[in-house]
Design a protein around this ligand. Structure first.
Ligand SMILES: [Zn+2]
Length: 158
């Protein structure tokens, strides 16, 4: 019974963390982004292990504050956030479901080595890059040669 309760509580904490949006792509939460690596509870103390997205991201420093803020809001007081940098975060950690969600929201998800960038509107692979940087440094700005839709592409990062 105790084991079940611990699992239930862990699930609850994961659920709370999935309420924290990625500061750069708010349609994706930190759990979907793969930033949260582990959740542990020792007595009343919560230990969250995170691997921030790449170091060039200005969002990096925000993650810790956002997580802390959410957990305090949920009534936790004793929160430790550990950062693990190895293995480094990479776009392979995005699940297919998360990529599909990005596509549905008009952001082209990372593809293998950035070889093919797919238009989120018409799914055409006939696209061109307009700018190396999109609305954030993690993204680049593209347009579709078929439907002419301009869109952001979440760059593949390994
Ligand atoms: Zn298109």
């Amino acid at each position: 019974m105790v084991v079940i309760d611990i699992h239930k509580e862990h699930q609850e904490i994961w659920n709370y963390l999935s309420e924290v949006p990625d500061p750069e792509i708010p349609i994706i939460n930190l759990v979907e982004l793969g930033v949260i690596r582990n959740v542990e509870k020792q007595n009343e103390s919560l230990i969250i292990t995170i691997t921030p997205t790449y170091t060039g991201c200005p969002a990096k420093k925000l993650f810790e504050d956002l997580i802390r803020e959410k957990l305090i809001e949920k009534g936790f007081e004793d929160i430790t956030i550990n950062t693990v940098l190895s293995p480094a975060w990479n776009t392979d950690w995005l699940s297919e479901a998360t990529k599909a969600k990005m596509m549905a929201e008009g952001i082209s998800p990372p593809t293998d080595d950035n070889k093919v960038v797919i238009c989120p509107k018409c799914k055409s692979e006939n696209t061109k890059r307009l700018s190396q940087f999109g609305s954030t440094p993690c993204q680049s700005f593209h347009s579709c040669n078929d439907c002419l839709e301009p869109f952001n592409y979440f760059k593949c990062h390994r």
